[in-house]
Design a protein around this ligand. Structure first.
Ligand code: NIG
Ligand code: FE
Length: 434
């Protein structure tokens, strides 16, 4: 059994009668931050497990985590306490999905047959498909439609265990349509129990009307979009799709340095298809997280390790692009880079399921189930700068958790392609009960 000193400090919570207790969990994975946040290297495998574990919740907060015996001796339950027996079940922190693109209109299932015929992602984009097709449809969609589309995705996400996510603009590429998308995100955050962190990704593609005038589009982002978005308080992070033929290193640096001056935290899509020295840039500009990283060179990866940039790995994307090449996760862990996992949900790679991503990470990037779970909870909370609130089950933190109908965490990748969730608790309330 794991006992950490941090629990002892917060005895004051024991005064209150819990609203909800979960007892007899076969494994209760706390992902305690005593092992570091973010976890790196060997500590990525430290789950801080209680066997026959229990947790008590008051309002939206965790007031006790420990063994069932200890919980029983510490609390007396009145009528109001709901008790959930988690015998033979696994309890984990709620999944934090730190990189998604959920606000768009139109779908791209037609691109599957192009990919089957060997067309590459960048070829499809060059022909006006890919991101540019989604941009045309999203520009034409009213905000109400975008909100409805987003709600469907959030409904699936929460039923698969995601309790917090990051999502981006990037399918508007005009000031007004980027703002429309960010406003849709804001509405969804207000009306849906999932917490949503918002990112401005005006630099997702060069819009058709700026073809061969990419620098002018970068100027528009810098001089008009970022100031408006910051003024209207519509984003916390700023992202760029830095890739050969999309935004160059120089343009990316310019955009993210401006974003920083305006108070937005930088993150980047880098080195997905070609190594453009994106990893080095991520370190230089102190990005909080960088996504993809399939082609990053060792020098860049070492710089990321030194600068503590979180590598957000997105194994759903090479899977959907029918590639056999995945990000070198083992090398990154050996270098001490903290790893997070995300769905990257977008019209090219459409999955709401972090369970699917955990399976892909284990089978195709050779993460252990424990590492994949750390990457989907505490480390992904760090990628969103939310580690003080979420990502682990500790006294005082938000009561966001998942009860899985499996006996241990090794089942998460092992029994794949199905939803293993039994219940999801968000902000202290049972929001999914399957
Ligand atoms: O992270 N690479 C850039 N952006 C997304 C894909 C967006 C799209 O294809 O619509 C990604 O994979
Ligand atoms: Fe992405």
């Amino acid at each position: 059994m794991f006992v950490a000193s941090t629990y002892v400090k917060k005895e004051m919570f024991l005064e209150s009668e819990p609203d909800l207790v979960i007892i007899h969990a076969n494994e209760l994975i706390t992902m305690n931050t005593a092992f570091g946040a973010p976890r790196k290297g060997e500590s990525m495998s430290e789950l801080a497990i209680f066997y026959d574990g229990a947790i008590a919740i008051k309002d939206d907060r965790i007031i006790f985590v420990g063994s069932t015996d200890e919980l029983m001796s510490k609390f007396s339950f009145g009528e109001i306490t709901r008790k959930i027996d988690a015998s033979n079940k696994l309890v984990t922190p709620g999944f934090v999905d730190p990189h998604t693109h959920i606000i768009f209109d139109g779908t791209r299932e037609n691109e599957l047959s192009m990919k089957l015929k060997g067309k590459s992602y960048l070829e499809i984009l060059k022909e006006g498909g890919g991101i540019l097709k989604t941009v045309r449809e999203t520009r034409n969609a009213p905000i109400e439609k975008l909100i409805e589309n987003g709600k469907k995705i959030l409904y699936r996400m929460i039923s698969y265990g995601t309790t917090t996510l990051e999502t981006k603009s990037g399918y508007g590429l005009t000031t007004e349509s980027e703002i429309k998308i960010l406003k849709a995100i804001k509405v969804l955050n207000e009306v849906h129990p999932i917490d949503i962190v918002s990112t401005f990704l005006g630099a997702h593609a060069i819009p058709t009307e700026y073809e061969n005038r990419a620098n002018e589009y970068v100027d528009l982002i810098i001089s008009e979009m970022i100031p408006r978005i910051v003024k209207e308080n519509l984003a916390e992070f700023c992202d760029v799709f830095c890739e050969k033929g999309i935004f160059s290193i120089k343009q990316t640096r310019k955009i993210l340095e401006t974003a920083k001056r305006y108070g937005l935290t930088p993150q980047i899509h880098i080195d997905e298809i070609v190594d453009t020295y994106g990893a080095k840039l991520a370190a230089d500009i102190n990005a909080i997280q960088a996504g993809h990283l399939l082609k990053s060179n060792d020098e860049g990866l070492k710089a990321m390790a030194e600068a503590d940039v979180i590598a957000t790995l997105l194994p759903g994307t090479p899977f959907c692009l029918m590639s056999n090449e995945y990000a070198p996760a083992r090398k990154m862990i050996d270098l001490g880079i903290p790893i997070a996992l995300a769905t990257d949900l977008n019209p090219n790679c459409w999955t709401e399921s972090m369970q699917m991503i955990i399976a892909l990470a284990c089978y195709n990037m050779r993460l252990s189930p424990a590492e994949a779970l750390a990457a989907s909870t505490i480390n992904s909370a760090c990628a969103l700068q939310r580690q003080d609130e979420i990502g682990s089950l500790e006294i005082g933190k938000k009561a966001d958790l998942i009860i899985f109908d499996v006996p241990n965490h090794n089942f998460l990748p092992y029994q794949f392609g199905v939803n293993l969730v039994s219940m999801v608790v968000k902000n202290g309330k049972v929001v999914v009960d399957i």
